[in-house]
Design a protein around this ligand. Sequence first.
Ligand code: AMP
Ligand code: MG
Length: 397
Amino acid sequence: MITVEEAEKIILAQTAEYGVEIVPFEMSLGRVLAENIKTDRDLPPFNRVTMDGIAVKYEAIENGISTFHIKATQAAGDQPIEIDEHNECVEIMTGAMLPSSADTVIRYEDLELRAGLATLVTSEIKKDQNIHHRGKDKKLDDIVAGVGEVITPALISLIASVGESEVRVKKMPRVAIISSGDELVDVAETPSPYQIRRSNSYTIQAVLKQNNLDADLLHIPDDPAIIKKQLSNCLQNYDVLLLSGGISMGKFDHIPKALEELSVKTLFHKVQQRPGKPFWFGKHENGVLVFAFPGNPVATFMCVYRYFLPWLHTASGQLTKPPRFAVLNNRFSFQPQLKCFLQVKLYNNEHCQLMAIPVEGNGSGDFANLADADAFMELPLERNEFKKGEVFRIWQF
Ligand code: AMP
Ligand code: MG
């Protein structure tokens, strides 16, 4: 049996290139950039007025002028109106281009306006005030977002402002989520007293959706011939298969054998962890990756966060995010020689430290408990006792 770290290494070594696609920029939220986004002009592109008021030449104020004739009004988007005399001003709005004949903007709050005249009611005027100068934020051709960056709402704003109506992003792998088990019925069905509804595939689908990946769902019964036929089909049509169930020691756990018969090479089977010990991972000769998670809902959930998402982020060329940590809030014991992924609830204590309270459920079948937890805390394999106040890595969900 391999360790969590060995399993992770084997999985992350399976890099693959799924290509690039062009999408409308409004549809690119959460996608990974496959091109550098550059400015097509300086940002801001002109000396931009940042307060509603008047534009004047500072020299006039230095020369003791405190009342100005309002020559005209310039709205944002208007062509600049130049002033000719020192005692003239232009009434000007936020967002307008500063006329080249002016160098200072005085806000309405510092003025008294009457009969076409604007009079200063403050002596606190500085040259250049209330102007956002051309190119102060970015220069023409500066890179504002680079390859590998995940597109956030703030990046959408930059992409829009530089006129990139379409962006090149990394293509996502085609993923099938396959549940298995004769005891499982569809959500809309009424289970018999000895059946349950299937939920895992929908959970995985929801996690993938949060990561911008639309996956197809499929359910297969515990029948070796049907399993083989359906998996064979999927191996032709997808880049990644995410299976849940059918890989343990049970009499009807036919999946590992079926995969092997279909030329999917086992890269590992079983990881020193709880939940999720039976986790199976392999690769087909045509490159398709198969993550086969144990059917227990908590095990499946943990494996998706601990293994599949890091692989997806690596494969899509995302810049790596730093790991996150939290402080254990209560002492905790765990005896098995397995790495424990402890479900925890997170909160910030009075010193703003991120604290983790164990939310112990009834094992890996207790998915009701998952809804009360915020993260898995990954506890070191070598130890059995974990003290209150110790810091460990978390996987937030
Ligand atoms: P297995 O890994 O197939 O032995 O399944 C382990 C446990 O997880 C069994 O109690 C199954 O009924 C349950 N299980 C398997 N697949 C699902 C699923 N898709 N949704 C909910 N529970 C499942
Ligand atoms: Mg099963």
